[in-house]
Design a protein. Structure first.
Length: 191
């Protein structure tokens, strides 16, 4: 259900663009993102920091796109979002010595500290890559090509998220096996 909800605004944006223009599609994206956020809030009782940031950027950059009638604002919004996320992950890790991913996911996933560090570095690299590729396509290709990239470019986040899931699962399974071994050992020792 959440995957459908995540894709809901971009699919409506794409459909609106194919039948109208980038400006109508931007208005549809803004409305769909507000609806998506309300539904997520109703389901979870809160919005994550990423959801809040995405909503704010879509509303701000969408409004600028419509007000100035300039599609560059909406086209560069993903670059800003990914760039800010990469910067936040980097600053939290290397300036404040605090792993932001561990803070967000540590209660759900048990990984060794070195693996959290590697995961954080991977996410920084991914966000920099996504910011750069979006900026390149937005700057050097037509709006129609950029919209097509937004749809077919979803292969990048899906691949990265699945890869992250495998990375986490590998260590989570190891950790679960170690816990089971430890519990079995305690039982055998009579502890």
């Amino acid at each position: 259900m959440k995957i459908i909800l995540d894709l809901f605004p971009i699919l409506l944006f794409f459909a609106a663009y194919k039948y109208a223009s980038i400006y109508e599609a931007t208005a549809v994206l803004m409305g769909a993102t507000v609806i998506q956020s309300l539904l997520m809030y109703k389901m979870d009782g809160k919005l994550s920091a990423m959801q809040k940031a995405s909503l704010a950027l879509i509303l701000v950059f969408g409004s600028l796109t419509l007000f100035f009638h300039d599609d560059r604002f909406i086209k560069f919004k993903p670059t800003l979002l990914y760039g800010c996320l990469a910067l936040a992950l980097w600053v939290s890790q290397f300036v404040f010595k605090r792993n932001l991913l561990l803070s967000m996911l540590g209660s759900q996933v048990n990984l060794p500290a070195a693996n959290w560090h590697s995961l954080n570095i991977g996410w920084i690299g991914y966000c920099v890559f996504m910011a750069a590729i979006n900026a390149y396509v937005a700057a050097y290709y037509t709006t129609e090509q950029w919209v097509d990239f937004k749809i077919w470019g979803y292969i990048f986040p899906l691949t990265f998220i699945v890869g992250t899931g495998f990375y986490i699962a590998k260590y989570a399974i190891q950790t679960a096996d170690e816990a089971t071994s430890s519990d079995s050992q305690k039982g055998a020792d009579g502890s």
